[in-house]
Design a protein around this ligand. Structure first.
Ligand SMILES: CC(C)(COP(=O)(O)OP(=O)(O)OC[C@H]1O[C@@H](n2cnc3c(N)ncnc32)[C@H](O)[C@@H]1OP(=O)(O)O)[C@@H](O)C(=O)NCCC(=O)NCCS
Length: 199
């Protein structure tokens, strides 16, 4: 069971306290504690928000018991859905637009018999969330990345530093650094120059 501490965000519409395993730099901004309503992670530092990072309204951290998420320095996120059972990391200066889903697991087995069993089990659980034992593969999004609106980043994907993902793309393979990709499935549109001094 996650303990909570008496911390709250100023002006938050949701009166709940921030869970104690959420680590927030004093210069970071999270719009509402409601973003953690689906966070079941039992890790000591389940979600970490680095210096100057900003998570706007509509973002949800849907985390299983072993999950960890890191939000890098000055990263800016709006209405992002994290579905995480192991690890998702967002690099520094990365920008993620509205309605993006980032998942390191499908949470559901592919076979219909196992899916039925999972759905039947839901009614017997207090938290009523699917929690099938499906393997997770970490997702790593580098620094200075820009992900356009309505994208989906699938399990195991790494997006290299400085890359851009076009609006409404589905990313199922790694993206090399400083590359624009777009479409479903996302394909390379063109390469970008790496500015001097950038990672
Ligand atoms: C990906 C993106 C950055 C590319 O911009 P660009 O370099 O000006 O690219 P172009 O418009 O010249 O398009 C290049 C090619 O990619 C295709 N393309 C561009 N964006 C695409 C997308 N989202 N999905 C599918 N194909 C796309 C174009 O059709 C074009 O294909 P073609 O060469 O076969 O004609 C831009 O299209 C985009 O999606 N930006 C995201 C904007 C956003 O979500 N903003 C939210 C607010 S933060």
């Amino acid at each position: 069971m996650i303990k909570t501490v008496e911390r709250q965000f100023p002006g938050d519409w949701e009166p709940a306290p921030i869970p104690e395993n959420i680590v927030i730099d004093e210069t970071a901004y999270v719009h509402t504690v409601y973003s953690f309503d689906l966070c079941r992670s039992e890790q000591p530092a389940a979600i970490t928000f680095a210096r100057g990072s900003q998570v706007n309204d509509g973002t949800m951290f849907d985390l299983g018991p072993r999950a960890r998420v890191h939000i890098g320095e000055c990263a800016l996120l709006t209405s992002v859905w994290f579905l995480c059972d192991e690890e998702i990391s967002i690099g520094a200066f990365t920008m993620i637009s509205w309605s993006v889903v980032i998942m390191d697991t499908y949470r559901m087995p592919l076979g219909p018999e196992a899916r039925r069993a999972e759905l039947q089990g839901l009614s017997k659980r207090s938290f009523r969330k699917v929690a099938a034992d499906v393997p997770a593969r970490p997702v790593r999004i580098g620094s200075d990345v820009w992900i356009g609106f309505d994208c989906c980043i699938l399990p195991g994907v790494t997006i290299g530093n400085g890359s851009i993902v076009g609006a409404r793309s589905v990313v199922c393979e790694d993206v090399e650094p400083y590359t624009i990709v777009a479409g479903n499935p996302a394909r390379v549109v063109r390469r970008l120059n790496k500015p001097e001094g950038f990672p």
